[in-house]
Design a protein around this ligand. Structure first.
Ligand code: EPZ
Length: 412
């Protein structure tokens, strides 16, 4: 798929943010913890969710769509999802914890890398071993089996996925588990709230020590996950970059503190109300320093989008990517549009230029694709973004939403 954007269009108006991709994916995995009916509302119609739904169906769970709600019921009668599905999405690993906790065994192919790094799962596996799982690797697969007992797990790094997998595994383990140096992301809190709505006993989610008391059985639930803070942040930056004014609804301003602070520092106006944020772009973009960090620090998932915005700042900005080891694939593509960016290890120096010019560029991953959309809004003339299906993985109806805001954008 390719996206065509005619640049120098101001964004004006308002859009409603969809439900969080990174909350829905672990919650769908957690639905495997019970065979009773689970109904998850406001499901975003994006490819990553489709892939996880295919994978869960493949395990034998009955999954049906009812408008934008998903109903899941029944037991997995397989514990070894097919390689070709697992390879498509890293979030596949989130089914390890639930399958192991419910069925005492899971077999899954070892992760492949992706555009932003080799993305190991050593912290997931080490944590599951501490809970009593025997883990071995054979023929490109990982086999984990055994009864799980509560224990103290210390995470070397506050990994989002490892925290999620261990919360799910511990929720049906025998005894009490403490996860220390846990990730604090809002999606972790949402997962804990979902499991608690099924009868789980999780406290401390959102802090760096999470306590999980294992229970015998979990029930069904009806649940509505949180809005997507990264989609909201992407539209906030797009509004500022286009020097327009946008009201974004269905947001939790608390989740966007780092983005709002950096946008204000760059000269944009950001005003918050209960569940909405208004952003007005600056005439002159001031350069800023950014270092991506685990939540509540500046999110790595917003690094590429902010870099696109800063490519036209009045001066040099510095961005350090401390979470992933290779998340600068968007830099050469931004330079094709006229940006002046140098990479030194994990740091990018962005020397502001006074204009970008449309060109043919390639989306290498989801957030890099979003960054190219933002740069294309700023550029003179038409920009063609190839492999734009990456963007559809995580942004529901992005072409419609940008059209609504006045952008001349088509996808073919
Ligand atoms: C989640 O990925 C998100 N994905 C990512 O969003 C996000 O960038 C990331 O968290 C960080 O916030 C989902 O929630 C589905 P990590 P995850 O485990 O869980 C290293 C997007 O664009 N690490 O916190 O994979 C890892 O290599 C996606 O929506 C280990 O070394 O992130 C990375 O450098 C991209 N060993 C760092 O930790 C492990 O066992 C952060 O990874 C696990 C992770």
């Amino acid at each position: 798929m390719i996206m065509l954007i005619n640049g120098q269009s101001k964004l004006n108006g308002h859009i409603e943010v969809s439900t969080s991709k990174n909350a829905v994916l672990p919650i769908l995995a957690a639905s495997l913890l019970s065979d009773e009916p689970k109904i998850i509302n406001n499901i975003p119609l994006i490819d990553d969710v489709d892939i996880i739904v295919q994978l869960i169906r493949e395990l034998g769970i009955k999954v049906s769509y009812h408008n934008k709600s998903l109903k899941l019921i029944g037991n997995a009668h397989k514990v070894d999802p097919p390689y070709e599905l697992v390879r498509k999405i890293r979030a596949s690993f989130l089914i390890m914890g639930p399958l192991l906790a419910r069925h005492g065994i899971v077999r899954i192919s070892f992760p492949g890398g992706c555009a932003i790094g080799n993305r190991p799962i050593d912290l997931h596996l080490k944590g599951l071993e501490v809970l009593g799982a025997q883990i071995k690797q054979t023929g490109g697969d990982i086999i984990a089996k055994g009864k799980l007992n509560g224990s103290h797990v210390y995470l070397d790094f506050p990994s989002v996925g490892a925290t999620e997998n261990l919360i799910m595994a511990a929720s049906l383990a025998k005894g009490v588990t403490y996860i220390e140096n846990a990730a604090l992301e809002p999606e972790i809190v949402d997962l804990a709230d979902f499991i608690n709505s099924m009868g789980g006993k999780i406290t401390g989610a959102g802090t760096n020590i999470i306590k999980i008391e294992g229970v015998e059985k979990l029930t069904g639930s009806t649940y509505t996950p949180i809005p997507d803070r990264i989609e909201a942040g992407t539209f906030m930056v797009a509004a500022a970059a286009s020097r327009g004014e946008v009201t974004i609804t269905n947001v939790i301003p608390e989740h966007l503190k780092a983005i709002s602070a950096k946008l204000i520092e760059s000269g944009a106006e950001v005003t918050e109300k209960a569940d909405q944020i208004n952003v007005r772009g600056p005439n002159k973009i001031k350069p800023v320093y950014i270092k991506t960090l685990p939540y509540p620090g500046f999110p790595t998932d917003m690094q590429a989008q902010f870099m696109a915005y800063l490519s036209c700042a009045e001066g040099s900005s510095i961005i350090t990517e401390s979470v992933f080891e290779n998340r600068f694939m968007h830099v050469p593509e931004l330079c094709r549009l006229g940006a002046n960016i140098k990479i030194e290890g994990r740091t990018a120096i962005i020397k502001g230029v006074n204009k970008l010019d449309g060109a043919i560029v390639k989306a290498t991953d989801l957030r890099a694709g979003a960054a190219l959309c933002i740069a294309a809004l700023m550029a003179r003339g038409e920009t063609t973004i190839t492999e734009s299906e990456h963007i559809d993985r995580g942004y529901e109806r992005i072409v419609d939403k940008l059209n609504t805001l006045g952008v001349d954008i088509r996808q073919i």
